[in-house]
Design a protein around this ligand. Structure first.
Ligand SMILES: NC(=O)c1ccc[n+]([C@@H]2O[C@H](COP(=O)([O-])OP(=O)(O)OC[C@H]3O[C@@H](n4cnc5c(N)ncnc54)[C@H](O)[C@@H]3O)[C@@H](O)[C@H]2O)c1
Length: 266
């Protein structure tokens, strides 16, 4: 039997990168999935791809910074597929810069998408899950939810907030059958990485080398963790912020020893 047979999920930011990989994994494992995003063409194309493979999905245009649009996405899950079991709050957009230089509008929009958007996603998912008596919320944070990152204060602030919001949902609704967890990826090969590379501060090779695995991660590797947290296989896990970072945060590298390339260690 498929791991999410009969379940219904909403994935925000589901048209691209980690979200799109997660949509595919959840659908492959039997879930009906509502793809919620701003990128209509990419979202519709993903739904068409899944339909061709005999999998169930629907697309809804959704700006997660607007509560009413998340309400519509969850209403779509309920009307088209019969309810909601899994909410993956994953959409992100952020500006950056030195703290003193950040335009307050850019700060507000970043927090509106990445923190308000996750709050709204939880707020609309919880009543639908209470109706079922069960549910799993998976919020996308980041290694940047634990640490500072140059020129990224709106991002790091929002991602840290996502972790504690997730913990609050876990302790407030655990007894009602709802679990909530955060996934904290390292650097993943998505259009977001292209934006980082365009900034020109680090090469792809330098970024890869920061991970213990010596490579950037694939969206599907993060999607596999989301799938696990969405499924009943993770029934004992709630309130957790789980790293899927390829060892990015395993060491400080302060000593500057080179990585071992080749030889018996390579
Ligand atoms: N790529 C990485 O290295 C990395 C690392 C850690 C965490 N993350 C997190 O993973 C998540 C997915 O990022 P990704 O790397 O797949 O990037 P991505 O750019 O491929 O996907 C982000 C998606 O969010 C959508 N989006 C943006 N603003 C939105 C809004 N207001 N409403 C609805 N959708 C919106 C975009 O259209 C896009 O489809 C994000 O939360 C990101 O912060 C990514």
């Amino acid at each position: 039997m498929a791991r999410l047979e009969g379940k219904v999920a909403v994935v925000t930011g589901g048209a691209s990168g980690i979200g799109a990989a997660t949509v595919r994994r959840l659908a492959e494992e039997g879930a009906a999935v509502v793809v919620a995003d701003l990128q209509d063409e990419k979202g519709e194309a993903l739904v068409a791809e899944l339909a061709k493979a005999g999998l169930r999905a629907a697309y809804r245009h959704c700006d997660v910074a607007e509560l009413s649009q998340l309400e519509e996405a969850v209403a779509c899950a309920c009307s088209e597929f019969g309810g909601l079991d899994v909410m993956h709050n994953n959409a992100a957009w952020s500006g950056g810069g030195y703290v003193a230089d950040i335009d307050p509008e850019v700060w507000r929009r970043s927090l509106a998408v990445m923190l308000d958007g996750v709050f709204y996603g939880c707020k609309v998912a919880i009543p639908a899950m209470l109706e079922r008596g069960a549910g799993s919320i998976v919020n996308t944070s980041s290694v940047d939810g634990f640490y500072g990152e140059m020129l990224s204060s709106p991002y790091t602030t929002a991602k840290a907030g996502v972790i504690n919001l997730t913990r609050n949902v876990a302790i407030e609704y655990g007894r009602k059958g709802i679990r909530a967890n955060a996934v904290c990826p390292g650097v993943v090969d998505t259009p977001l990485l292209d934006v980082v590379l365009q900034a020109g501060t680090r090469t792809r090779e330098q970024i890869a080398d920061m991970h213990a695995l010596g490579r950037v991660l694939e969206p599907r590797e993060i999607a596999n963790l989301v799938l696990f947290l969405a499924s009943d296989e993770s029934s004992a896990i709630t309130g957790a912020a789980i790293l899927a970072d390829g060892g990015l945060t395993a060491g400080t590298r302060l000593t500057g020893f080179p990585t071992f390339g080749g030889g018996s260690y390579g």
